[in-house]
Ligand binder design. Sequence first.
Ligand code: PRP
Length: 213
Amino acid sequence: MEMINIALPKGRLGEKVYRIFKAVGYECPSIEEENRKLVFENPEKGVRYFWVKPSDVAIYVERGAADIGVAGKDILLEYAPDVYELADLGIGKCRMCVAARKEFYDEGSNTLRVATKFPRIARTYYSSISRDIDIIKLNGSIEIAPILGLSDVIVDIVETGRTLLENGLEPKVDIVPISARLIANKVSYKFKNEPIRQLVQAVSAWQPEEGKE
Ligand code: PRP
């Protein structure tokens, strides 16, 4: 049987995703062993999993190194990879927001300084409201930028809102809701259509147990 190569985002979300795949019949026992391996396969089930950096999943899938993968909608909007988006897994839910110091109000006069890991999403949003901005591209700890006066606002992911709150910031605008999406390489989707469709159907039908996400 031909294997389906699956790129999972390393970390909490990826572990949750694997639990769903396992629950619907695509288990791979070796993945649960404590080790530092990055590739795991279960030939009986026709699956080969590998852990990659969450922001790299779409690259593996776009280039066909993985047939399918799970990526946040934030990554898909930011990098616009040429892949099929097959299902919304309904997990990893958060939102992309504009946030700033509590007392900040955008009077719209000067060019707005926007710190973010997501320049494309930020540009698209501000051009939709015709607001002139200057993007400051950062790679993490975005919340520090307005505290130190590096930027006026940030465009970033908010999940519980705790990081903002604990840093004297607050969400000002919700730009777009985010969740984990199942994506597929376009060529793989054609040539491994049957096994991929079966997997997508099984995963899409998965329902969380009461009380768990
Ligand atoms: C995101 C985001 C915030 C935090 C928000 O960071 O950049 O820092 O989560 O979560 P909260 O609203 O529940 O406090 P992430 O965990 O993706 O790490 P990173 O910024 O280092 O990539």
